[in-house]
Design a protein around this ligand. Structure first.
Ligand code: SF4
Ligand code: SF4
Length: 380
């Protein structure tokens, strides 16, 4: 479970009856009480350069009308602007202009009550301080303690999902409002639900994957409505979400290529976000094993590439954000495999061998304990 620096704010927002215009200010800001009084000001608990992208985007999902990150007073405004603008750019490309960065001088105070020109009795401008909420100790309304007043349409994100999965789900939901999209904690669970054939995997600009074709069937078409049952109103699907702007924005997810893959499954085990799956189709002596990647779950860490024992997995480019709007999986490699009749592991085969490499080697070397050179410990 990952609860980041904006989680408490997300919980608080969900109980707010009105959608506020949030202004996030640095923890060290000397005086955030000055500025636009129409905004709700929250003092951050961390530097804006460390705000997680997924939590920033999720603020707009759970109840903020707009989010402005104010950088005057920030100790490292360049890094902070870079961090926030990275996610603002993605949202902008998706048609969502509700996350902004504001630097420089704070906005002028609203006029005080002294006179109509906003001047005090001695002609000086009156400063009426804005209330500033502490991001670490947000108020808890009584209605919340009683479990009342929660807007159920603003669901909290899945805290068990990986950050990249949460960011993708947030961008997808913001780009196509009205489509129920939840960040799944187990992207692999959706791997078989919608699988895109390998030949259509890369975008026009992404490098071509070397995976072979015919990996898996496409998504199932919805069936007709039962007689006498009104067809449901047509809701936009995630695939119909705005894609044009996102076609030009690289995501962190990497396009993988694995010519010569042995279907050992080490990369599947190594992936921290469960973005990779290995499917074995066919229960006979020979099966077709397909290595699949879910781009919407990949955060580009490349741990899979580093740990591939056969050294055949490589990065061939980056997926575009538009490729992440659906839950489809993309083929990385397809290989013919057989089940070892001795140890039961799946191993690549070309000529109908019955024993895997390791069992064959051990049979020939009954007193040896080492694996043959270059062979990884097989996984089932
Ligand atoms: S780069 Fe590889 S290990 Fe990292 S998230 Fe993507 S698929 Fe998983
Ligand atoms: S670790 Fe390498 S050889 Fe093993 S399944 Fe992954 S890509 Fe294929």
């Amino acid at each position: 479970m990952t609860s980041g620096p904006l989680h408490a704010l997300q919980v608080w927002l969900r109980h707010e009856p009105e959608e506020p215009d949030l202004e996030l200010v640095c923890a060290e800001h000397p005086d955030p009480s000055r500025g636009d009084r129409a905004r709700t000001v929250v003092r951050l608990t961390v530097c804006a350069s460390q705000l997680p992208w997924h939590e920033l985007a999720e603020l707009l999902l759970v109840g903020a009308r707009t989010v402005t990150v104010r950088l005057d007073g920030c100790a490292d405004p360049d890094a902070s602007a870079q961090n926030v603008e990275a996610v603002a750019r993605v949202l902008h490309a998706a048609g969502v202009d509700r996350l902004r960065v504001e630097g420089g001088e704070p906005a002028a105070d609203a006029p005080g009550q002294a006179d109509k020109k906003g001047r005090g009795l001695r002609g000086r401008r009156v400063h009426r301080p804005r209330p500033v909420l502490d991001g670490a100790h947000l108020p808890v309304p009584r209605r919340r303690l009683l479990g009342l007043g929660v807007d159920v349409s603003r669901a909290l994100p899945d805290m068990h999902a990986a950050p990249q999965v949460r960011l993708t789900a947030a961008v997808r939901a913001l780009a196509a409002p009205g489509v129920a999209v939840a960040a799944s904690a187990d992207p692999a669970a959706t791997a078989t639900a919608a699988t895109t054939p390998i030949s259509t995997a890369p975008t026009s600009t992404a490098p071509t994957s070397t995976a072979s074709a015919g990996a898996a069937p496409g998504p199932a078409a919805p069936g007709p409505a039962a007689p006498g049952v009104a067809a449901p109103a047509e809701a936009p699907t995630p695939a119909q979400a705005p894609r044009d702007g996102l076609d030009d924005v690289n995501s962190p997810a990497v396009v993988l290529s694995a010519p010569g893959c042995t279907a050992c499954g080490v990369c599947v085990q190594a992936c921290p976000t469960q973005a990779l799956t290995l499917q074995h189709n066919g229960g006979g002596a020979v099966a077709i094993s397909t290595l699949l990647q879910s781009p919407s779950a990949c955060d580009g860490c490349q741990r899979c590439v580093e740990l591939c024992p056969a050294d055949v997995l490589s990065v061939a480019g980056q997926w575009r954000w538009s490729d992440l709007l659906t839950d489809s999986t993309r083929g990385v490699a397809t290989v013919s495999t057989a089940t070892c009749t001795r140890c039961g592991t799946q191993f690549p085969t070309t000529s109908g061998e019955r024993w895997c490499q390791v069992c064959s080697y051990r049979r020939k070397n009954p007193f040896g304990s080492a694996l043959p050179p270059g062979v990884a410990v097989p996984t089932r």
